[in-house]
Design a protein around this ligand. Structure first.
Ligand code: HEC
Ligand code: HEC
Length: 257
């Protein structure tokens, strides 16, 4: 299967999270600084703006994270937490670079965290936390029964956080230009890709309590607002089956990357 992004889309898929834990480190001499990474990527959500992320320099938001410790917080961010996408959506970042960006943000709120790559014990602790976290999330992310919410209700409670304003490159609600190439890809394809997660799109929109049916209805609602005439996928078992097939294919693709 091809997609408009080529095969560089290492992202969130829970089934491929295991891979994230074993990624090789980037070349040390070429590591980006935490500030560089922050400015190129993290600022989209951790800088000023509508997203409910712990903001740079917000001591109140960072205090509980700093208390949790550098290894835990770095690992949780790397794996992804709710609407925090894995690696902050930076699929080409090394764990060291990501860790530097976390330290940069924590220092801006008073922590004395050093660059993690300067401390082998800390790096080992981060990797251990990553594995523990992946196991924890995999155990939680089993099939969720359809909670019956409409696509519009799901959109308004969750997807709007990013898709209203286009945070981190999210296709904007009702924007035909943003949605045209997605609509052309087809309902089953983009539903599956969004569900699994790609770049700064967190798996399941960051809400593991959503069922695939609810997520699919939300995608259909959003595409409809941009001109598509997609059906409610729930009533169409053949379409649901194609979405699941595409999901499985996508997970395999990400695992092979
Ligand atoms: C698309 C938005 C988005 C981007 C981009 C993003 N974050 Fe986040 N981040 C969030 C949100 C939302 C939270 C709060 C998650 C929660 O607790 O529900 C968060 C939380 C975190 C946390 C706290 C994890 C914990 O233990 O609770 C860390 C660390 C973090 N982000 C690091 C980063 C770094 C480093 C980058 C850039 C490489 C980045 N984020 C990019 C949205 C984003
Ligand atoms: C934390 C931010 C965030 C939230 C919350 C979010 N999205 Fe997204 N979404 C994104 C971003 C960013 C992209 C663009 C990803 C890319 O192509 O780089 C995206 C892309 C998508 C795509 C296109 C996938 C493709 O094949 O390119 C779909 C479908 C989608 N989102 C559905 C949803 C639905 C449904 C919800 C709510 C249940 C949701 N999103 C919630 C950030 C978000």
């Amino acid at each position: 299967m091809t997609n408009r992004n080529g095969n560089t889309l290492i992202s969130a898929a829970l089934a491929t999270l295991t891979l994230l834990g074993s990624m090789p480190a980037g070349a040390d001499s070429k590591l980006k600084s935490g500030r560089q990474v922050y400015r190129s990527l993290c600022v989209q959500c951790h800088g000023p703006g509508p997203i409910d992320a712990p903001k740079l320099g917000d001591r109140k938001a960072w205090a509980p994270l700093i208390a949790e410790g550098q290894a835990v917080v770095t690992a949780h961010g790397w794996v992804g937490v709710r609407e925090m996408p894995p690696r902050g959506g930076g699929h080409d970042l090394s764990l060291e670079e990501f860790g530097r960006a976390v330290a940069h943000m924590a220092r801006a709120s008073g922590a004395a965290w050093s660059e993690p790559d300067s401390d082998a014990t800390l790096m080992a602790a981060i990797r251990t936390e990553v594995q523990a976290r992946i196991a924890e999330l995999e155990a939680k992310a089993r099939n969720v029964a359809d909670g019956g919410r409409t696509g519009e209700a799901v959109y308004r409670s969750v997807c709007t956080h990013c898709h209203e304003a286009g945070v981190a490159g999210a296709p904007r609600f009702g924007n035909r230009k943003d949605w045209k190439p997605l609509i052309d890809e087809g309902q089953h394809v983009i539903t599956a890709h969004g569900w699994v997660g790609l770049r700064a799109m967190p798996p399941r929109g960051g809400h593991p309590e959503l069922s695939l049916e609810e997520f699919a209805r939300a995608v259909s609602f959003m595409a409809g607002a941009a001109g598509a005439d997609w059906i409610d996928p729930t009533g169409d078992s053949a379409l649901m089956a194609r979405i699941r097939e595409e999901e499985a294919e996508r997970r395999t693709e990400l695992a092979e990357d």
